[in-house]
Design a protein. Structure first.
Length: 416
């Protein structure tokens, strides 16, 4: 439902939960220069505001709203970057009647957005500096994790788009140059220029919600966003070896595929990845790790919105070439149809089970709703999604596997 140009509210009625959930999402084009600013703004949203200017006062106010929970989250989809502020509170059935909790929660959200902890066009320096240091520490700790570091470096090597080279929370050096002024100005841009999607998950009175949202100064805006990205294919595989003090080495392979969300081969791609390396029954896990003992851990994951399939393996550095040959062999076996019907059927059962389990999470419902809105006719209900997945044949899996092409190879070489 459109409130203004570029501003939408979505109702997701459900009786599954004892709580109602409000997710306020701000989405803009992915830009290397704004990722750190947006991540800092998300930190400030969850810390304090003008009416409750300290962390303690902020938390006490949430506690007084029958333990209402507030969190923020950043995410990417294709060439877009989103910041969510989420409020979860008890339904009226579980609290004293007619206490107006919805209005108090909505008022708190409005204060977070339109009465941020600021003075003279910038965030209050003391709190901002603490949150900035917290974010930099978080990113530095992540970089000490060899698997995370290899993933980041693998994507830097694979992507040509500068925004996609950067993690969704930014990098420590990008965060370091931002100030309370630059982050606050970006937050003002988010409120006035981003696409806004407001998700109401649970039991809501639509008239009451619209009445409340019209109190927010949400003006129309023109937003052109690209939720799917397809990178040009390269005939040259990019390779990089980087030594790092570690007892283990990490192999990070980047493959390109042409299929996009909702395309004819989309469901075959999901099944292929699950069979290739996503789960513990996959050929990479059972053959490379279990049978041949070439990897401590190995897995694959795909991002259908960027066309990237990643394979990572934790290995001994002397096993690098042998592991690469093994991964290529298993991929070629799938391309040639050298896998059993029982593996295909087991894969479908696991996908079905995981999909049904994910339905118990409110954020899954939010993402399903968002995809339905932005991809329109390409979006399917859960029942349709599962039905299409079940129809995937061995021939379909072979066809989509043949679209997968190696584009990058990053090797984190463990040295003593």
């Amino acid at each position: 439902m459109k409130i203004a140009d570029g501003v939408y509210v979505h109702f997701i009625p459900t009786q599954k939960y004892k709580t109602n959930r409000i997710v306020f999402r701000m989405t803009a084009s992915l830009n290397k220069q704004t990722i750190a600013k947006r991540a800092l703004a998300s930190q400030m949203l969850a810390t304090a505001n003008q009416p409750y200017p300290t962390v303690q006062a902020f938390k006490e106010r949430l506690a007084s709203l029958y333990g209402t929970q507030l969190s923020t989250r950043v995410s990417t989809k294709g060439l877009t970057h989103s910041v969510d502020i989420e409020l979860t509170y008890l339904k009226e059935d579980f609290i004293p009647s007619d206490n107006g909790l919805f209005w108090e929660v909505l008022g708190f959200l409005k204060d977070c957005l339109y009465k941020p902890l600021s003075r003279v066009a910038q965030y209050q320096n003391k709190v901002f500096d603490i949150e900035k240091q917290n974010l930099m520490t978080y990113l530095d700790v992540d970089n000490e994790n060899n698997y995370y570091y290899s993933e980041v470096k693998g994507r830097e090597l694979y992507f040509v788009n500068e925004g996609l080279k950067v993690p969704k929370y930014g990098q420590s050096e990008l965060v370091d140059v931002e100030t309370s002024y630059t982050a606050f100005q970006e937050f003002q841009n988010m409120l006035t220029k981003d696409r806004i999607d407001i998700f109401m998950v649970g039991d809501f009175d639509e008239y009451q919600v619209l009445q409340g949202l019209h109190r927010f100064p949400l003006e129309g805006r023109q937003v052109d966003l690209q939720f799917s990205y397809s990178q040009p294919f390269s005939n040259v595989v990019k390779e990089k070896i980087e030594p790092r003090q570690s007892s283990q080495s990490i192999l990070q392979l980047g493959y390109q595929f042409t299929c996009q969300y909702g395309d004819k081969d989309y469901f075959a791609l999901i099944v292929f990845n699950a069979m290739f390396g996503e789960f513990a029954h996959s050929v990479l896990f059972t053959e490379i790790r279990e049978k041949e003992g070439l990897a401590y851990s190995i897995s694959s994951q795909l991002n259908v919105f960027t066309g990237l399939l990643e394979v990572y393996a934790g290995i001994e550095k002397d096993n690098r070439n042998q592991a690469i040959r093994g991964i290529n062999r298993e991929l070629n076996n799938i391309k040639l149809g050298r896998f059993s019907s029982s593996l295909l059927n087991q894969t479908k059962k696991i996908i079905r089970m995981n999909t049904l389990l994910s339905e118990d999470h409110a954020l899954t419902l939010v993402e399903q709703c968002f995809n339905k809105v932005i991809f329109e006719d390409k979006s399917l209900s859960s029942e349709q999604w599962l039905d299409n997945m079940e129809k995937v044949t061995k021939k379909d899996v072979c066809r989509v596997a043949r679209q997968v092409k190696l584009q990058s190879l990053f090797f984190l070489e463990g040295v003593s």
